[in-house]
Every structure is written in C-alpha cells, then in structure tokens.
Design a protein around this ligand. Structure first.
Ligand SMILES: Cc1cc2nc3c(=O)[nH]c(=O)nc-3n(C[C@H](O)[C@H](O)[C@H](O)COP(=O)(O)O)c2cc1C
Length: 277
C-alpha cells in the first residue's frame, strides 16, 4: 500500500521551513500536496520506468497551455547509452544524466514553424525576433513542468538539467538538431534510490508575493532564510554553501565566469539560426 501523502499543513511547514503563510485555501488538496512534495532527485535506482512512461509524460506536456497554440517546442527521449554518456559529459559530467531510467531533452523549436510557413509560401520573418525564442522557451518550460508533475504523480522522481546549456554546440551535434532548434534543458526521470531527498525550503511568501504592487526586498527576511537554509543543508549533511543562500546566489550571478560557459548563449543561438532581434 502507498504511504499516505502528508497533509497540506505539514508540507507547507516543510516548504517554508516553519514560516508558513497565514492564510492558504484548502481546496484541490491532492494535486497541491503533490506539487508541495516536489524535490529534485539526483540518485536513481536501476529500476526501469513502466512501459509507456515517455508517452504518458509527453501527453501531459502537450496538455500544457501553448502561446497561440503555436507549439514551438519538441522533446527528444535519449535512449542510446552512448548518446546518454556524451550528454552526461557535456552537462558537467552529471552521472544521473547517464543513469536515470528516462532522459528527456526539451527543445525550443522554430524549425518546424519555419517549414510549415514555407509550405504556405510565407517566409516567416517574424521568427527572427527575440519574442519567438522567448515564446518557445516559455512554452517548453510549461510543458516540461507538466511532465514533471505527471512523473511525480506516478511515483517517479525528476531533476532538470540546465547544464546542457554549458556546451550547446556539442549537445546539438549529439542530438542532430537542425537549424532553429535549441536544447533548453534536460530532464532525468526515474525511481529515487532508497535515500530520498528532502523538501528544500523556499523564500517566505512575504518576500516573493506583492499585493497590487511589487514587494520591495526585505533584507531581514532574507537573512533569516539564509539561516534556515544553512540549518537545512546541515541536517541533510549536504555541503553548506559558505555565507548562506544569498551569498551563494550572489556568487552564481557574479560575472561571465560564474555562468559555466553560458555567457556565450547569444552567440551560440545566433549560430543556430535564431535572430533574437
Ligand atoms: C531549469 C532548471 C535547470 C536545472 N539544472 C540542474 C542541473 O543541471 N543539475 C542539477 O543537479 N539540478 C538542476 N536543477 C535543479 C535545481 O537545482 C533545484 O530545482 C533547486 O535546487 C531546488 O531544489 P528542489 O527542486 O529539490 O526543490 C535545475 C532546475 C531547473 C528549474
């Protein structure tokens, strides 16, 4: 028998490390409890996913909203072991890219729209604008997150792999991507090994939620969150980012060198045929 889902209140307590928002509607609880239970998993058992898992996840993904229903994304299920190994290397040698039961690569795809327009004798100059890359990226992210929720509902775990953008040319070559197609991120899906990851606390809602206007930064609330995150990492026996979450985040955005090769993305995208005007 499945273990019963912890109640919403307990999940909220974990999600905010005790700093629970004052009022939270208690409607639609089973799905919301699943969302609140999310944690990324980086260690997978060798157990295969049920047959048809990829198709189930892609059906969930395609059910997400899509800007003007343009459906400017595609996904590749990487099944060949050698290709998985190459992608793992390109993504900073993350072992789970190789080891998870399923590995999906989510693509911003302007190639299909180009072909479809040309079949109607229209040269799609509109695709040369940044807006279209943004639209494709937003739609792909919404689709992928639907797949994540479907996977978690099926008892599978996931982790996104943004590190695929560290070496975009290599990834494009491995997956034989045509012009106008860009690998946005990967997604590992599989059964977590026995040591399951904990729910990672987020910023208090009062930091991210404005009412009627933008909520200015409250440094004291962030300082308190730093303390909670340091305690969390300690409990998880994870390497504690020195100086807390905010310093770690600041270092992550410090300069081009902190972007692990991704400072070259405009160049890489333009070389792949994205106009970005
Ligand atoms: C677009 C995206 C890319 C990510 N890339 C990676 C990655 O390359 N490697 C990794 O271990 N985690 C990656 N993550 C997972 C985040 O580190 C994780 O979501 C964050 O630390 C919060 O933890 P949680 O998902 O367990 O709540 C990525 C997450 C997102 C949304």
């Amino acid at each position: 028998m499945d273990t019963p889902q912890p109640q919403l209140a307990e999940l909220l307590r974990q999600r905010y490390a005790g700093v629970v928002p004052g009022r939270v509607a208690r409607v639609g609880a089973p799905v919301t409890e699943l969302l609140l239970s999310h944690r990324s998993v980086r260690q997978y058992s060798s157990r295969a996913a049920p047959e048809g898992t990829v198709e189930l996840l892609v059906a969930a993904a395609q059910s997400a909203a899509s800007s003007s229903n343009l459906q400017l994304w595609s996904v590749v299920s990487v099944e060949d072991a050698e290709l998985r190994r190459k992608l793992s290397v390109a993504a900073n040698s993350q072992a789970h890219v190789r080891d998870s039961a399923v590995f999906l690569v989510w693509l911003a795809d302007l190639n299909r729209a180009t072909r479809l327009a040309r079949a109607h004798d229209i040269e799609p100059e509109g695709l040369d604008y940044l807006e279209m890359f943004l639209m494709a990226s937003v739609d792909a992210a919404l689709a992928a997150q639907n797949a994540v929720v479907a996977a978690e509902a099926a008892g599978l775990s996931t982790v996104y792999i943004g590190a695929l953008r560290n070496r975009p040319e290599e990834v494009a070559e491995v997956l034989a991507l045509p012009e106008g197609v860009f690998a946005l991120f990967g997604l590992c899906v599989g059964y977590a090994d026995s040591a399951s990851a904990a729910i990672k606390p987020r910023l208090p809602q009062s930091v991210v939620l404005g009412r009627d206007r933008y909520q200015p930064l409250n440094a004291e609330l962030v300082r308190e969150y730093d303390e909670r995150m340091t305690a969390f990492y300690g409990e998880q026996q994870m390497q504690v980012p020195a100086g807390g979450w905010s310093l770690h985040s600041a270092q992550r955005v410090k300069n081009a060198a902190s972007l692990s090769g991704r400072h070259r993305l405009v160049e890489a995208l333009k070389a792949r045929g994205f106009g970005l005007r």
